[in-house]
Design a binder for this molecule. Structure first.
Ligand SMILES: O=C(O)CCC(=O)C(=O)O
Ligand SMILES: [Fe+2]
Length: 353
């Protein structure tokens, strides 16, 4: 048997169960051309239909794939190319821009999900570089600091491409946010203000081939902290999603030039659990390098997270304690990094029934 570094090996009882193939009738595929091909408001019926599809996908799966989304394919191809080039740099170059304790931007090859090392290397960058974040997760500490991305030296094309890609995905994100808001019966721009000084970040993931793919996770089973995540993957599959109806793991079939969208923890709170953040993971394979790029759209640090008022009433009381968005992200990063038990969950902030 091939031996690998034991810190990657998943204990027998937690070994990933094989995922079912997504045969098309599973994770919803949504064509966004009604909003990308014309003015958003020009056809209210098409818009409502689309919002309905998005709402149904959020409720039943928490995941859906979008096509005709408006993000130019050449920009997407370009960032995948830059990602390959970056990870092909010598390790001693990459570690010069290694991520620090809380400020997670930069290179990392030691990612833990639930106390295990993930079989991957990553580079994180902020969509709004230099954004404000709380200095610590302590609720009473008022200090805020700027978080910057440590960009690789002498590689301006990499930085430019990442920044342009972030801006393009942001447009798609705001379109999706309108659809999600409409699907919840809210005004289309009801949630936009929460992203004025957004703490969103993108992650380039590189999963090298693994001789024992059934004994490791590329990215361990987890939920995203975001409001929504937009994930670009290529034709090498590996993303598995836990089906809400029966808990089975389902492999997401890569659709060319699509994005996989998922509901994150913040949306779960805003929607007072009408929509749930769903567990997912990435698996690796024995022969091929796999690259993926999630962007986690996250609100401004000073936004107080709680279910939106319109969705709370006597029949549906708020299920969550109020918590500052930046404090929560900071706490989750801190706990992940320090390897304190399993990762932070939004459900830790549920109001006891
Ligand atoms: O690589 C993938 O397909 C998924 C990665 C992921 O879920 C994450 O980085 O949060
Ligand atoms: Fe994720």
């Amino acid at each position: 048997m091939v031996e690998i570094d034991p810190s990657y090996v998943v204990p027998e009882e937690l070994r990933p169960k094989h995922a079912l193939n997504d045969e098309g009738e599973n994770i919803p595929l949504i064509d966004l051309s009604p909003i990308t091909n014309r003015e958003f408001s020009s056809d209210p019926k098409a818009l409502q239909d689309l919002a309905h599809k998005v709402g149904h996908a959020c409720k039943t799966w928490g995941f859906f794939t979008v096509i005709n989304h408006g993000v130019p394919s050449d920009i997407r191809r370009k960032i995948m190319e830059m990602s390959r080039k970056f990870f092909a740099l010598p390790l001693d170059e990459k570690v010069k821009i290694r991520r620090e304790d809380r400020n997670t931007a930069g290179f990392h090859n030691n990612e833990h999900s639930k106390d295990l090392k993930d079989w991957k290397e990553t580079f994180d960058f902020y969509v709004n570089d230099g954004m404000l974040m709380p200095a610590s997760h302590e609720p009473d500490d008022p200090e805020v600091v700027h978080w910057f991305t440590p960009w690789p030296h002498n590689f301006p094309e990499f930085r430019e491409t990442c920044q342009v890609y972030g801006r393009e995905c942001e447009k798609l994100f705001f379109n999706l946010l309108e659809l999600v808001s409409l699907s919840l019966g809210l005004p289309p721009k009801r949630l936009h203000g929460y992203f004025e000084n957004q703490a969103s970040f993108a992650r380039l993931n590189h999963y090298p081939p693994c001789p024992v793919p059934d004994r490791v996770f590329g990215t361990g089973e987890h939920k995203d902290p975001s409001a929504l995540t937009l994930l670009a993957q290529e034709d090498i599959e590996g993303l598995d999603v836990q089906r809400k109806s029966d808990g089975a793991w389902v492999r997401v079939k890569p659709v060319p030039d699509s994005f996989v969208i998922n509901v994150g923890d913040v949306m779960q709170v805003w929607s007072n659990e009408l929509y749930e953040s769903i567990e997912h993971r990435a698996m690796v394979n024995p022969e091929k390098d796999r690259y993926s790029i999630p962007i986690f759209f996250y609100p401004s640090h000073d936004v107080v997270m709680k279910p939106v008022d319109e969705l709370v009433n006597v029949q549906n009381p708020s299920q969550y304690c109020e918590y500052k968005a930046g404090k929560w992200l900071n706490l989750r990063m801190y706990n992940n990094y320090k390897k304190h038990g399993s990762y932070m969950k939004m459900t830790d902030y549920k109001i006891e029934a």
